[in-house]
Design a protein around this ligand. Structure first.
Ligand code: 13P
Ligand code: SF4
Length: 379
């Protein structure tokens, strides 16, 4: 009797990988036509063009959470983004009031490739954040510390914020969220992106000396001296985006020298030295809007993910658009969502056996929702 070895078992995705793009596109469109309004495909601006072409709605992280929160007609969401975005969509689309209206029926949220994570989100694990909270409580009064998690984080961190009087922010509302937090406490504990936290707090007039960085791998007190912690206003987490940290101040200087009059447009996940030199800093939605609203002939060097910058170049031939770094930085995990994964997950959904469904457990959902709803209520 012959046995099948593990290497001989074909992944169900394998047949899709050998299909031509035009075939995949037709099959994706066939599923969209079949499911109609029952299907909502959401896409983040960093997705590759061939994938984003099939999205019903596209947006930045904040807009995508609003879309998931507002979804009433659809019965299924397919999220062309990364894991934390799909988790957020699951929490918002399946919140208790929505479930009640649907007689308990859940909207499955599908992430076409489960390996589409976010390396920044992975830099803060819930046990590390809880340990940090406990450690700092020996020096400062944590009742006066408001935890703020960037939406680029696991649902467990959002739940931590919900439980501890905290809130979620995105790159488009970080300043308003920090203001909300300072109305409720003396200090903010901001994770996982130190750059967004620092760039936002600097705009609010907070000194860098009042923003120590908590290193979860340090032996003691996150590597922060007691007196520094006592005088802190914003405790930043030692996390970053590997894509945005590639942009350097020397790139800005070079563009300004070689292209007089050029404007620098960056995402606030870029390091402070780049952010400080930029003309405009904002979320992916703001970046798109800024270019859209600019007159022909405007010259831009843009510091954000490659696919978005290339799309802007194509959509705005009347402007001169450059990528801010000589190194091509793209979000490799977002890029994992390709036509093959999209087609495979859609056809399984149509056939009644959804794959890669992201489902956040009830308790985590409940507390994450508290922190997300606080964010959605901030104006
Ligand atoms: P936006 O919220 O600006 O869409 O950014 C998401 C993100 O992951 C940027 O790296
Ligand atoms: Fe995460 Fe950076 Fe990719 Fe955004 S660009 S999803 S922060 S790894």
């Amino acid at each position: 009797m012959s046995t099948i070895t593990e290497s001989e078992v074909q992944h169900p995705l394998a047949p899709y990988k050998s299909l031509e793009n035009d075939v995949l596109q037709q099959r994706i469109e066939a599923v969209r036509a079949h499911l109609g309004e029952r299907l909502l495909i959401l896409g983040h601006h960093y997705q590759q063009d061939e994938v984003i072409a099939h999205a019903d709605l596209r947006g930045d992280s904040y807009q995508l959470s609003q879309m998931a929160a507002a979804s009433t007609k659809c019965e299924n969401i397919v999220f062309c983004g990364v894991h934390f975005m799909a988790e957020t969509a699951d929490i918002l689309a399946n919140r208790p009031d929505r479930l009640e209206k649907r007689d308990g029926r859940r909207i499955p949220v599908v992430l076409p490739d489960l390996a589409a994570g976010c390396s920044m989100a992975d830099m803060a694990a819930i046990n590390q954040v809880e340990a940090a909270w406990e450690d700092m409580s020996e020096i400062i009064d944590t009742d006066q510390v408001i935890p703020v998690t960037y939406i680029n984080s696991a649902a467990s961190l959002k739940a931590f914020c919900g439980r501890h009087g905290g809130i979620v922010c995105t790159s488009s509302n970080a300043k308003a969220v920090l203001e909300w937090a300072f109305e409720r406490g003396q200090r903010v504990f901001f994770f996982p992106d130190q750059h967004l936290g620092r760039n936002t707090a600097l705009k609010m007039g907070i000194d860098t000396e009042a923003m120590p960085v908590w290193d979860p791998y340090a032996m003691e007190l996150g590597g922060i001296e007691e007196s520094v912690l006592e005088n802190s206003r914003v405790i930043l987490w030692k996390g970053h985006c590997s894509v945005h940290q590639m942009f350097r101040p020397e790139h800005v200087e070079q563009f300004r020298k070689q292209h007089p009059g050029i404007k620098i447009l960056v995402h606030p996940e870029c390091p402070r030295e780049v952010n400080d030199l930029a003309d405009v800093s904002g979320s992916t939605g703001t970046i798109i809007q800024t270019v859209k609203n600019s007159p022909p002939g405007t010259k831009w060097a843009i510091g954000t993910e490659l696919h978005l910058v290339n799309r802007l170049k194509q959509e705005h031939p009347e402007q001169e658009i450059h990528f801010l770094s000589p190194v091509l930085c793209m979000c490799a995990t977002m890029y994992r969502i390709d036509l093959a994964h999209l087609c495979w997950s859609l056809e399984n959904l149509r056939d009644g056996h959804p794959v890669n469904v992201i489902s956040v457990d009830d308790d985590t959902s409940k507390w994450s929702l508290v922190a997300l709803e606080r964010m959605l209520a901030v104006k």
